[in-house]
Design a protein around this ligand. Structure first.
Ligand code: GDP
Ligand code: MG
Length: 167
């Protein structure tokens, strides 16, 4: 199993933190150079189960001039072309308008999507996640929904297992 995994999400949801934790010491290759015209490869993780090639996507967010928004959106869409799987990060604290923008781009890509609900270490009572998960599930657009803490490493083995299963 081997494939390209796009990490998407609005700024500050924890994409960089997740990548650092996933790659950790098993990091094979990190390159900040563009590898192709489409992908900016952040890291390749190989183990006995397979290989996941994590790619960056331009930050998807609103604001700025309209021409700039159109440009960012086009760039974001094109960066999703040719990946095999999308991991969409959201914050357990809730949705912001930028999350809706991300969702629109993701839907257009027509790829399998794992929703990763990040920063669950901030929750004292994990039960409050249930409505969040139920709402997300009702959207019918996710292959998996995985609560995680990128910072503390909570549930990351589960996330990786799901990623590899879908590649
Ligand atoms: P990015 O903009 O999506 O790449 O987000 P970053 O990885 O830079 O993280 C943004 C902020 O959220 C930083 O202050 C991180 O330390 C924090 N953060 C990321 N993941 C977690 C998490 O799982 N739990 C908590 N409490 N904070 C997190
Ligand atoms: Mg970042």
């Amino acid at each position: 199993k081997s494939g390209y995994v796009a990490l998407v999400g609005r700024p500050n949801v924890g994409k960089s933190t997740l990548l650092n934790h996933l790659l950790g010491q098993k990091l094979s290759i990190v390159s900040r150079r563009p590898q192709t015209t489409r992908h900016r490869i952040l890291g390749i993780k190989t183990d006995e189960r397979g290989q996941a090639i994590y790619v960056d996507t331009p930050g998807i967010h609103g604001g700025g001039q309209r021409a700039m928004n159109r440009y960012l959106n086009r760039t974001a869409i094109s960066s999703l072309l040719g990946v095999d799987l999308i991991v969409w990060l959201v914050d357990q604290a809730g949705w912001l308008p930028d999350d809706a923008l991300v969702m629109a781009r993701i839907k257009e890509a027509k790829l399998p999507v794992i929703l990763a609900i990040n920063k669950v270490d901030r929750l004292n009572d994990k039960d409050v996640l249930l409505p969040f998960v139920a709402e997300a599930d009702a959207l019918g657009m996710f292959s998996d929904i995985v609560p995680i803490s990128a910072l503390k490493g909570v549930n990351l083995p589960v996330l990786e297992k799901r990623i590899l299963a879908l590649l």
